[in-house]
Design a protein. Structure first.
Length: 564
């Protein structure tokens, strides 16, 4: 007797071979039969007209905090994601001593743009060690598979303390302690370590990982090598010379220690159109020389948001605006009504220059969200409204915020990474992996989910850069093989029963919506999915479009399945 039988679908098994009609039988959390299956089952799903595929794997998320209060990592499941990798960009939530919680929280919120009230209300801090953190999210009830990285910055904080970790390289004795701590984290369930060469902390200093010298990084990669671990890094993705130098460093570490190295994001910019080609040429050279290194590329264009209640990366080059968003509300209101301060803000916005090769102007923004919608304002262009009122762009945003009790957001669509024809071409390249979706981060700035649906709507059906089979392979077997995740990414007997049933002719991301589902009634932007019929995680029917969405979950930490 099977636990679950999925019948009459087109089986796209993750290998890239042509899809074929058949069934999938599941028992005890495993796939036990693929093809023509005649056994009886306790539950049956009719997949006629739909495709059956392995669950998608997302290798770049920041769900570390959300998993504490939401073990389903919503809305990932409904986009076909059954395994996530949190802990990227040198940041995880463990190991962490109590005296460093405030500093780490402030840095995490700054880099990953988590609202402070939601973060503070949702994080219970029931842990110090990496293993205790994993135990905490397991107790909360995981409904998705988690393959976590440990952040290099966290290792340094633990061993060296905040001041030393944020100012100097480690001593030989400290390097030994860092190796011991990383070893402990790997034994507890980490699949690798993440670092960064670009991020800054809550004091605008380089994050602790950036103070590590070559000796320290080499020693930690030696420890990773004991576990065939993964090193994830954030390079200077806006500079071709720097990114090539970083690729060379990762390639040397990969060959020396037998580890997998991945970097994210690989970003396409109209300001530097040859950057991605230069990057890929260097990657190919190093792969041919025996390194296991690959870029992660997100599939969607960049959308941004901005509001006056909290700082976001949208205003990172506007220091006065940034500081204003951090002010207590009473002080902020007083400042925004002060003519001299208003002029300072308006002048600064008039001289705005978009950061990191993004292409946007505040005059091109639009009203994206209002607490109480006004049909005369929703969706209106900011530049046009400013002209109608006879004010400058900055003044308009201040006035609208005051008029609406700060329940208003301004949006910018497709401000970078928006050459979809070019990105489709790049995705077809075998050395390019799909990732950098940033799920769980930037939740009040833009929706970080919907990449899988966007991939099918734009690159399978639209530009026809990929076939259905190729797209599924990119999101399943290619990721599992590169990251060394055993028993995932294929529909084969003996593999974990992470299975999705979807319609490749309609699968897409829905419109971006603001929802109040964070702790402390905080809002975030999300996108629901279209055309994802069923999601099974470890044999458990976890999402059903026709039955109203999320059902139950049986996820877990899957580091023990890491290839040795």
């Amino acid at each position: 007797m099977l636990d679950l039988l999925i019948q009459n679908g087109m089986i796209c098994d993750g290998s890239g071979t042509p899809a074929y009609k058949g069934d999938v039988g599941i028992r005890d959390g495993k796939v036990v039969a693929v093809g023509e299956v005649t056994s009886e089952a306790r539950e049956t799903i009719d997949a006629k007209g739909l495709t059956i595929a392995p669950g998608f794997i997302d290798p770049h998320t920041h769900y570390d905090a959300q998993l504490v209060w939401d073990g389903l990592a919503q809305p990932s499941l409904e986009h076909g994601i059954t395994t996530i990798v949190p802990g990227n960009c040198s940041l995880s939530l463990a190991p962490l001593k109590p005296e460093h919680r405030d500093a780490l929280g402030a840095t995490f919120r700054k880099i990953e743009e988590m609202p402070k009230n939601a973060f503070d209300a949702g994080i219970t801090w029931e842990w110090e060690t990496f293993g205790e953190y994993l135990d905490a999210i397991k107790r909360g009830g995981l409904g998705i598979n988690v393959a976590p990285l440990v952040g290099h910055s966290l290792l340094r904080l633990w061993v060296m303390g905040e001041e030393a970790a944020s100012s100097r390289a480690a001593t030989d004795a400290e390097i030994e302690q860092l190796q011991e701590l990383l070893d402990e984290c790997m034994r507890a369930g980490a699949i690798g370590m993440s670092g960064s060469w670009v991020d800054v902390d809550y004091k605008d200093r380089p994050v602790p990982a950036r103070y590590a010298d070559a000796k320290e990084l080499d020693a930690l990669c030696a420890t990773l090598g004991k576990y065939a671990g993964v090193l994830q890094m954030v390079p200077e993705f806006f500079d071709s010379q720097l990114i090539c130098a970083r690729i060379d460093i990762m390639a040397d570490l990969s060959r020396k220690h037998g580890i997998t190295c991945t970097f994210s994001p690989m970003f396409d910019s109209n300001d530097s159109p040859n950057l991605v080609y230069i990057t890929l040429d260097r990657v190919r050279q190093q792969v041919m020389a025996g390194a296991k290194v690959a870029p992660q590329m997100q599939v969607r264009p960049i959308d941004l948001s901005f509001e006056l209640t909290q700082p976001t990366s949208t205003i990172i080059t506007l220091p006065t605006w940034w500081q204003m968003t951090l002010m207590p509300m009473e002080e902020k209101v007083g400042k925004l009504k002060d003519p001299e301060y208003r002029k300072l803000l308006a002048d600064e916005m008039d001289n705005f220059k978009a950061p990191l090769n993004l292409q946007y102007s505040f005059a091109d923004g639009f009203i994206k969200r209002m607490g109480k919608e006004d049909p005369a304002l929703m969706g209106r262009n900011v530049g046009e409204l400013a002209a109608e009122r006879g004010v400058r762009i900055g003044e308009l945003m201040i006035d609208l915020s005051l008029e609406n009790d700060f329940e208003i957001s301004f949006g910018f669509s497709s401000v970078g990474h928006n050459n979809t024809a070019k990105i489709g071409e790049l995705m077809h390249d075998p050395v390019v992996t799909i990732g950098a979706a940033d799920g769980g981060a930037h939740v009040t700035n833009f929706s970080t989910y919907g990449d899988t649906g966007f991939m099918f709507s734009h690159y399978v059906r639209g530009h026809q850069s990929l076939s259905v089979e190729e797209a599924v392979q990119k999101l399943t077997h290619d990721v599992a093989k590169f990251w060394g995740l055993k028993d995932r990414g294929l529909l084969r007997p003996g593999y974990a029963a992470d299975v999705i049933v979807f319609d490749p002719e309609t699968f897409d991301r829905g419109p971006e919506v603001a929802v109040n589902d964070l702790p402390a009634d905080g809002f975030r932007y999300i996108r629901h999915s279209i055309g994802m019929a069923h999601v099974i995680v470890n044999g458990v029917h976890s999402f059903s479009e026709q039955d109203g969405g999320y059902l139950e979950g049986r996820g877990g930490v899957i580091a023990e399945r890491m290839a040795a």
